[in-house]
Design a protein around this ligand. Sequence first.
Ligand SMILES: Nc1ncnc2c1ncn2[C@@H]1O[C@H](COP(=O)(O)OP(=O)(O)O)[C@@H](O)[C@H]1O
Ligand SMILES: [Mg+2]
Length: 337
Amino acid sequence: MQHDATLKVDNLTVDLLTSKTAVRPVDGVSYSVRKGECLAIVGESGSGKTVMNFAPLGLMPAGVSTELSGSVKFNGRELIGLEDGELRHIRGKSIGFIFQDPMSALNPVRRIGRQIAEMAELHLGLSPSAAEARALELIKLVGIPDPEARLRQYPHELSGGLRQRVVIAIALAGEPKLLIADEPTTALDVTVQAQILRLLKDLRKRLDMAMILITHDMGVVASSADDIVVMYAARAVERGPVEEVLTQPRHPYTRALINAIPKSSDTVGTRFRGLSGMPPILGAPNPGCAFAPRCDLAVAECRHTRPLMSQATHSTVRFACPIANTESEIHGTGTCS
Ligand SMILES: Nc1ncnc2c1ncn2[C@@H]1O[C@H](COP(=O)(O)OP(=O)(O)O)[C@@H](O)[C@H]1O
Ligand SMILES: [Mg+2]
């Protein structure tokens, strides 16, 4: 039992229907994360990262109807098909989350201490005074200096970095087994980004939580995560241990993302090496590989045959590209080991 995943997602597909559109932002994706480990989910904006994590928890905006298929198991319990009342017990308590939009996370007209304490009351059933004591513990846990004074302040009195620490304290108030952090450092400057990532890593280890770190920035992954899923246009294109994927990327899209990371040897003023071409607009499911129009290796087959995930030779990495597969077999490090 001990080695079972905290969250195990198998072949998850999400269809979104609004009054205007029908899209499939998640198309047959699988991944898992264990206790004490961090899984990074990386991909450009619009690739389905947020929907993939929040739709199974019933956290989609009003006016969007969601159809899910596949399986999402949290500590062995299937979440797909649960009533909203049952999901509500899991949301915020067993699974904590940090939303992408930092403005929506805190109530501007309520004191910070009250906002943290309220979560502890709601999720742990603490009395108001016990919840206040818990709020103080939490604010210390996330490394906010002068904690007693900070509890009495309002969000606008804090810097962006301290506000994000408060958001983390709120996410931890229910003592979650899994923390889903959606772009938790995107709105912060680089130094503060590094501090928040260090804090999240430290908390994950101290609390022995599983964590999912959603990011569009390959640069934050190396120091933060154990495993990685690379998303492109609603599909996972590569997944495996971070160290291997970063040093030996197989999928052409993963390679392109890694090449786009600024390097320390870059001189000031070096042009940002973005990816050439445009990310696809999601519409009807693509019959072929969605990356083909931007891919240097693409052949005719790529445009009409969906690439299946296959396992790399002598490795646990999986990737969805038959062309890269051939390449790595020819130019790989050898097949005799
Ligand atoms: N509220 C919504 N209404 C309609 N479509 C949406 C909504 N949210 C997301 N989508 C669709 O899902 C796709 C993936 O969105 P999202 O998961 O937010 O991407 P990411 O988090 O990777 O930037 C979007 O490109 C869009 O087509
Ligand atoms: Mg997102």
